[in-house]
Design a protein around this ligand. Structure first.
Ligand SMILES: [Zn+2]
Length: 164
């Protein structure tokens, strides 16, 4: 099994099966580039902060203020790195909650814009909901109606990077 398939562990078979075929036939990356032909241009931390604040001011104006939003190269691509129980929870515990900072894995500096937006939405939702519960995902979907599809696609982006 291609080790990058761990990123979609837990997804239903009708999603896992076609993705597995793409990976095993070596076509995942071509497919991904067709699906997302462009990358965002939000490279500086100033731009990243302004981008985040625009979303926050639209949907979460009254939640806790944010001091910083940064790209962090120390956040690595690890198992289930998105939305389950690893880095996002750790960020929630140590950073977002105590200092109101959002840290985005620096590999997302070169990601398609919708996937960056999904990560920002995820972290902003943690300003109101600590856990990945129903209210949390409702808030994510309120800010980004395609949230669940984009979370899957962000996992495919991690697979894309690993298979380069
Ligand atoms: Zn989270």
């Amino acid at each position: 099994m291609n080790p990058s398939l761990r990123y979609i562990q837990g997804y239903p078979e009708h999603i896992v099966t076609p993705i597995t075929r793409l990976v095993e036939s070596g076509q995942l990356n071509t497919w991904f580039e067709q699906r997302y032909p462009t990358k965002h241009t939000i490279k500086s931390e100033k731009a990243l902060f302004e981008y985040t604040m625009a979303i926050k001011n639209r949907f979460l104006r009254k939640s806790a203020p944010l001091s910083k939003v940064i790209y962090d190269h120390k956040i690595h691509l690890i198992n289930n790195a998105l939305g389950l129980h690893s880095y996002v929870n750790r960020i929630q515990g140590n950073k977002v909650k105590s200092k109101n900072e959002i840290r985005i894995a620096s590999v997302f500096k070169d990601a398609p814009e919708p996937l960056l937006r999904m990560l920002i939405v995820h972290e902003l939702a943690h300003l109101k909901e600590k856990d990945h519960n129903k209210a949390f995902y409702q808030l994510c979907c309120h800010m980004e109606p395609d949230y669940h599809q984009l979370e899957l696609d962000a996992r495919l982006f991690m697979m894309y990077l690993e298979n380069q």
